[in-house]
Design a protein around this ligand. Structure first.
Ligand code: BDR
Ligand code: CA
Length: 323
């Protein structure tokens, strides 16, 4: 990373792991979090706004503008993930209502304003269904001139979670994801293949939970809500950083192994809907040879992650100085 900070905007559906991503972004000295926009996903959009404001407040973040965005996907009906993220969408931790309020602008307007106003091109980090981003790209295509790249959490090369083949963020709004992939900017796909691997060991989670600093303590409580495999002694589960990994990938791109590959979202009704079809073939197949090929977006797809490096980065940042 150069001496200059990277201007970033997070579009999220906070969400336990979106909260982990926000906690990291506001504390990483190399990132300049310029705005946060909210979209329906893990919970309804008003819940997402509330959760986002709570996290920024608990983290002691500066006055970062937060805007409410789309309340439902472009075509699909909203389908929340409260069974994973709790009734309030953020782990039911009983945190106090926020004193902060969202800005008057809607998410698309705030995204446009902050992207065009940034002195250096912005890196967009969507960690949610891509509805806001699709609406932005269709409403204000001129923003791409000041977008450095988009690093989104979504999709999967190998295996889905919402369905056997589709990842939640893409499955929730497949049309929006398809629009994102054809945006005329470099795109990195931080998919489930790497997302599920970055786990904070149980003893570290326990230490965070015991912290007297509210942001670090919140990170511990959120990680404890995301137990992965039990630790060796069986009573100290590791916690996945989830969406925060996409922000780590911006702060420390060297920790991620990517390959530029053609990617397409399945929009067909039925069992493949929302699947990200990643073409890893070494040469064209019969479909292309016989003229059936389609033009597909080239996306930098995350294929491997240095787990220890991102765990260390996450802990050093979240336990580091505030501001
Ligand atoms: C994604 O879906 C949500 O539940 C998480 O916040 C993450 O963005 C994983 O599929
Ligand atoms: Ca999310």
């Amino acid at each position: 990373m150069t001496g200059q900070t990277v201007p970033v905007i997070i579009d999220c559906d906070t969400g336990v792991d979106d909260a982990l991503a926000l906690l990291f972004a506001v504390r990483h000295p190399g990132l300049d979090l310029r705005a946060v926009t909210c979209v329906a996903g893990n919970t309804d959009v008003d819940g997402v706004v509330r959760n986002t404001l709570i996290v920024l407040e608990q983290a002691g973040a500066p006055d970062i503008p937060v805007a409410r965005g789309a309340g439902r996907p472009l075509v699909e009906v909203p389908r929340s993930a409260r069974h994973v993220h709790g009734e309030d969408g953020m782990g039911d931790l009983g945190l106090p209502a926020p004193a902060r309020t969202p800005v008057e602008l809607d998410a698309v307007a705030l995204l446009r304003r902050e992207i065009l106003a940034s002195p250096r091109p912005v890196t967009l980090i969507p960690t949610a269904p891509l509805t806001n981003i699709a609406l932005l790209l269709r409403t204000h295509p001129e923003v791409t001139r000041n977008i450095e790249r988009i690093v989104f959490m979504g999709g999967a090369v190998a295996c889905g979670n919402a369905t056997p083949v589709a990842e939640f963020n893409v499955w929730h709004d497949p049309e929006a994801a398809a629009m994102l992939l054809t945006a005329d900017v470099p795109i990195t796909m931080y998919g489930l293949d790497v997302f599920q691997r970055v786990l904070v060991p149980g003893p570290d989670v326990r230490r965070l939970r015991a912290s007297t600093e509210p942001g670090a303590r919140l990170a511990g409580d959120l990680l404890a809500h995301r137990p992965a495999t039990p630790d060796e002694d069986g009573d100290d589960p590791a916690g996945g950083i989830g969406d925060a990994g996409a922000v780590c990938a911006v702060a420390d791109p060297e920790g991620l192994t990517t390959r530029l590959l053609p990617v397409e979202v399945s929009l067909a009704p039925g069992p493949t809907r929302g699947q990200t079809l990643v073409d890893r073939r070494p040469r064209p197949g019969e479909a292309e040879i016989h003229g059936g090929g389609r033009e597909q977006a080239l996306v930098d797809v995350a294929l491997d992650v240095d787990v220890d490096r991102y765990v260390r980065l996450y802990l050093d940042t979240v336990e580091g100085p505030v501001g």
